[in-house]
Write a protein that binds this ligand. Structure first.
Ligand SMILES: Cc1cc2nc3c(=O)[nH]c(=O)nc-3n(C[C@H](O)[C@H](O)[C@H](O)COP(=O)(O)OP(=O)(O)OC[C@H]3O[C@@H](n4cnc5c(N)ncnc54)[C@H](O)[C@@H]3O)c2cc1C
Length: 298
């Protein structure tokens, strides 16, 4: 699951780009809702940093306990990401940094910072528990170090939320940072419906947009697919963006393609986490089937 996988090799590979690997420091860490922490990261490695479009995904590297900085192999001169990843994987487990996927919530070029929003999963009564990324975000202080790989166009499927007659979005709490960037990229007047699946009303955030957005909040254990199934959908060809717990995203995608006739090529979907499994755990049979479908879709 965590291994970077380039989408395709260009026919004539251009000169390798430097690896988008950076060591960043916490500038600020604040709660924006009871269960969402916004961590602002900065540092000289962000000099000249640019982003392209919404839904910019990164891998973050967190120090192991007892370390003050994540141990990151130096990128080789050839910019070869697979070679770098092999060096990372070869680090002894006790020192290899935890690697988790996150989304750039914002980039402030003037301040030289990026924001990452961490949903604080786990806690009392949550059978899934919390993991190293969430633990880190709960207590990160100014000056703390974290590694960041990406964003990189090589590993991303471009998101174009205005490419349909209307737009259907689904995000659970940990995908809300990405959804906010997608919503912010809606063309003026674009009709959009966003199903926002969060623990409770305190986690609903304002979603500024130029689009004509309807937000449908869903709370707790509500079945997202049942809600969508019961909803009439606007006429026309939708662009669909789905992100959140893997089985919920799968069920929504199946429903939209198989029961509502949505073109599967118009559905951008990503499983962000899996129940009872960490991001270090191996892919399940369903994860592999999904990866094959994604490759087949091109
Ligand atoms: C492309 C991409 C972008 C992402 N962007 C963001 C982002 O911007 N902000 C963000 O908060 N998350 C984001 N995520 C989700 C995040 O990577 C996962 O939630 C990750 O598992 C958190 O790592 P952890 O170390 O806290 O937990 P892990 O060690 O991975 O898991 C520990 C336990 O927690 C459970 N768990 C993991 N995530 C959740 C969750 N969200 N809700 C409930 N239980 C959970 C697992 O099932 C497991 O039992 C993104 C994921 C992907 C794939």
């Amino acid at each position: 699951m965590p291994q970077p996988s380039p989408r395709s090799e260009p026919a004539h590979a251009p000169a390798p780009l430097p690896l988008p690997l950076r060591l960043l420091r916490v500038v600020a860490n604040r709660l924006i809702t009871p269960r969402m922490r916004r961590v602002t990261l900065g540092g000289s490695d962000l000099e000249g940093f640019t982003t392209a479009g919404p839904d910019q995904q990164v891998k973050l590297y967190f120090p192991r306990s007892g370390q003050t900085e994540p141990v990151l192999p130096a990128p080789g001169p050839d910019g070869d990401v697979m070679r770098w990843y092999a060096s990372y994987s070869a680090l002894p487990e006790a020192t290899r940094p935890w690697m988790r996927s996150y989304t750039l919530r914002a980039h402030d070029p003037a301040a030289g910072t990026v924001d990452i929003d961490f949903f604080l999963h786990g806690g009392a009564g949550d059978p899934d528990g919390e993991g190293p990324a969430t633990r880190w975000a709960r207590s990160a202080r100014p000056g703390d170090a974290v590694g960041m790989f990406g964003p990189s166009a090589v590993f991303a499927t471009p998101v174009d939320p205005g490419s349909g007659d209307w737009t259907l979005l689904y995000a659970d709490a940990c995908a809300l940072p990405a959804l906010a960037t997608v919503v912010a990229a809606l063309p003026p007047g674009q009709r959009a419906v966003a199903y926002v699946h969060v623990p409770d009303a305190a986690e609903v955030q304002p979603l500024p947009t130029a689009g004509q957005l309807t937000v449908r909040p869903l709370y707790g254990d509500t079945s997202a697919v049942e809600v969508v199934r019961a909803d009439p959908l606007p006429d026309g060809r939708p662009y669909v963006w789905l992100a959140g717990e893997a089985s919920a995203v799968r069920a929504l995608r199946r429903h939209l393609v198989e029961e509502r006739g949505v073109d599967r090529q118009a559905v951008h979907f990503t499983g962000y986490w899996r129940r009872r499994l960490t991001q270090d755990d191996a892919p399940t049979t369903e994860d592999l089937a999904e990866a094959r479908e994604r490759l087949a879709a091109g």
